[in-house]
Design a protein around this ligand. Structure first.
Ligand SMILES: Nc1ncnc2c1ncn2[C@@H]1O[C@H](COP(=O)(O)OP(=O)(O)OP(=O)(O)O)[C@@H](O)[C@H]1O
Length: 344
């Protein structure tokens, strides 16, 4: 649906200013009908990547192809046509405060020259779809954050797009509202067959909604694949850090993790249970292997990409003999593990 082929984007470099490389040779494909998340820290290049899809930026080199059309090569009028096939939702909703919910959703249709009767027939069902059938005449100031984003979603769908771009659409919402908006996006993806490309800095968002994910760091895609695989065995340091920040660890513990152990420190290890390891009493056996030294700090079972996935954070002595015994146990049982770091 969307492919990035060797895409580089530089800013500046004129009038004696140094050039800044925001994206550095991105090769990545967003599958038709999938929900794909691009995750990265602030400044990683996420917004730039998404702006290349709807032609708000042009690549310095490489190609961005949307549904068979190279975006960079389009004239302004063809670009307007393409943008009608791409809906977009934003962190701060970008609604017009002087227009009602109905009129905000109607706006892209008015711009496209659609007649009033067709607009009326279209907007009502869209507001129903997002659960706001009774808020048609409300102004943005009369709506909650979640309701505003629902209007934003209905507006994004008004021109029957094939692709929905989401730029941190839940970052300004509380966790409960975030869940309800993500559920709505999931339903729209399933019911309308819409491809969704979302950018976020929160692993939780990716885990809840996406099937595929790419991790972006300093303009490079450092890891990509199915969300489940990334959770089960993250390969890149940035992915590990992002995952660690989404574990339900107490704040004091999270902030005291060190990359290298000092004498007497404990190893902090994430044990991952899925597939054949999910149903074996491995934690009890690990405790038996290491003695009473194992502390269980956090954990739970959830569903990622429709499959059960368990995660348990434990700590035990970082003494080389203990580590050696633990590693032998992991090798024998096939348990997937990740050392998060070391704590005093
Ligand atoms: N128009 C521009 N001119 C110069 N530099 C830019 C421009 N747009 C973006 N950048 C730089 O490119 C880098 C990537 O920016 P981008 O907005 O894509 O990151 P991001 O991952 O979306 O970050 P955030 O989550 O904070 O929005 C940043 O260092 C930013 O300062």
């Amino acid at each position: 649906m969307v492919s990035f082929e060797g895409v580089t984007k530089r800013f500046g470099g004129t009038g004696g200013q140094p050039a800044f490389t925001a994206l550095d040779g991105i090769d990545f494909t967003v599958a038709h009908g999938a929900i794909t998340g691009i995750i990265g820290r602030s400044g990683a290049g996420k917004s730039t990547l998404i702006r290349l899809v709807n032609g708000l930026e042009k690549p310095t080199s490489g190609k961005v192809v949307v549904d068979g059309t190279e975006v960079g090569g389009l004239s302004e009028s063809s670009l307007r046509g393409l943008r009608r096939q791409i809906g977009m939702i934003f962190q701060h909703f970008n609604l017009l405060s002087s227009r009602t919910a109905f009129d905000n959703v109607a706006l892209p249709l008015e711009i496209a020259g659609v007649d009033a009767r067709t607009i009326k027939a279209k907007v009502g069902p869209l507001l129903d779809l997002v659960g706001l059938g009774d808020k048609s005449a409300s102004y943005p100031s009369e709506l909650s954050g979640g309701q505003k984003q629902r209007v934003g979603i209905a507006r994004a769908l008004a021109t029957d797009p094939k692709l929905l771009l989401s730029d941190e659409a839940t970052s300004a919402l509380d966790p409960e509202t975030t869940q309800s908006i993500l559920e709505l996006l999931k339903r729209i993806n399933a019911e309308l067959g819409l491809t969704v490309l979302l950018i976020t800095h929160e692993m939780e968002v990716v885990k809840t909604i996406a099937t595929d994910v790419a991790v972006i760091d300093r303009g490079l895609i450092v890891e990509s694949g199915r969300v489940f695989d990334l959770y089960a065995s993250p390969k890149h340091e940035t992915t590990r850090t992002l995952l660690a920040s989404s574990l339900a660890l107490p704040e004091w513990l999270r902030t005291s993790i060190k990359p290298v152990p000092a004498a007497g420190d404990r190893a902090l290890v994430r044990l991952v249970f899925f597939g054949k390891t999910a149903f074996q009493p491995l934690t009890a056996r690990l405790v038996a292997q290491l003695g009473s030294d194992v502390n269980i700090l956090a954990g739970g079972i959830e569903e990622i990409g429709g499959k059960p996935f368990g995660s348990l954070v434990v700590s035990y002595s970082a003494d080389p003999a203990v580590i050696e015994r633990a590693n032998r146990f992991y090798a024998e049982t096939g348990l997937t593990t990740e050392v998060l770091g070391y704590v005093a």
